[in-house]
Design a protein. Structure first.
Length: 229
């Protein structure tokens, strides 16, 4: 059975989540504060965590950081805070998704299923990815047509670095613009999002069957990018 840890200081919200998750046949552990959440996560390792940011004792951000220090468990953050900068900061810190309160329960459950699917199909040592007719080999840093190993596509070093960080993450996982900019261009470049618009446009022209309607290299406006296989 799939185990979910719900961390929320509001008893009604916590109970509502527990009932709905159990109705979907999940095993549910609950925690009313950050300290209890960390104890539960260590004692009964969950398959996913639903984490409220506004926690007493140990604030939600610190719980997220503490979990990420030793665990790759999928974490969905729920919060009344809807500011885009807040969402980006939480995703940069390691959350897998962010849902703003109030939310429809069916939306949260759908997002939970999505992060669990990504976890189950993630390949930690994945070295091959496919975008349309192209096969990308992350070990050899080459791109060639799937049906013709000799027909290779040339990417610039920067195009390759941008593409590689996206493909090194689990399929479907959002990678924030700040993460990509920091990884490729270094600290101090996190706000230069126009760089990414230029390079993703170039990558789509080279890789996507229809660059105007990308199928694989997707933009999440104001947040980042994701690779959908």
């Amino acid at each position: 059975m799939t185990r979910i840890l719900v961390v929320d200081d509001e008893p009604h919200a916590r109970k509502d989540l527990q009932i709905n998750l159990q109705a979907d046949r999940y095993v549910v552990d609950v925690a009313a504060d950050g300290r209890q959440a960390l104890v539960e996560a260590i004692s009964n390792p969950p398959d996913a965590v639903i984490l409220d940011l506004g926690m007493p004792q140990t604030e939600g951000h610190r719980v997220l950081q503490a979990l990420r220090a030793w665990s790759k468990v999928p974490i969905i953050v729920v919060s009344t805070r809807s500011d885009a900068d807040e969402k980006v900061a939480v995703l940069d810190a390691g959350a897998d998704d962010y849902v703003t309160k109030p939310f429809a329960m069916k939306e949260l459950l759908a997002r939970l299923r999505a992060v669990l699917r990504r976890r189950s199909r993630a390949e930690p040592s994945r070295t091959i990815a496919h975008i349309g007719e192209w096969t990308i080999d992350l070990n050899s840093s080459t791109v060639h047509r799937a049906d013709n190993d000799g027909d290779r596509l040339r990417l610039t070093p920067t195009e390759w670095n941008v593409l590689e960080i996206l493909l090194r993450h689990p399929p479907g996982k959002l990678v924030t613009s700040r993460q990509i900019l920091r990884h490729v261009w270094g600290p101090g470049h996190e706000n230069k999002t126009h760089y990414l618009r230029i390079y993703f446009a170039s990558l789509r022209r080279k890789l996507e069957p229809d660059p105007a309607s990308p199928r694989y290299l997707l933009t999440e406006p104001g947040m980042g990018y994701r690779f959908e296989p």
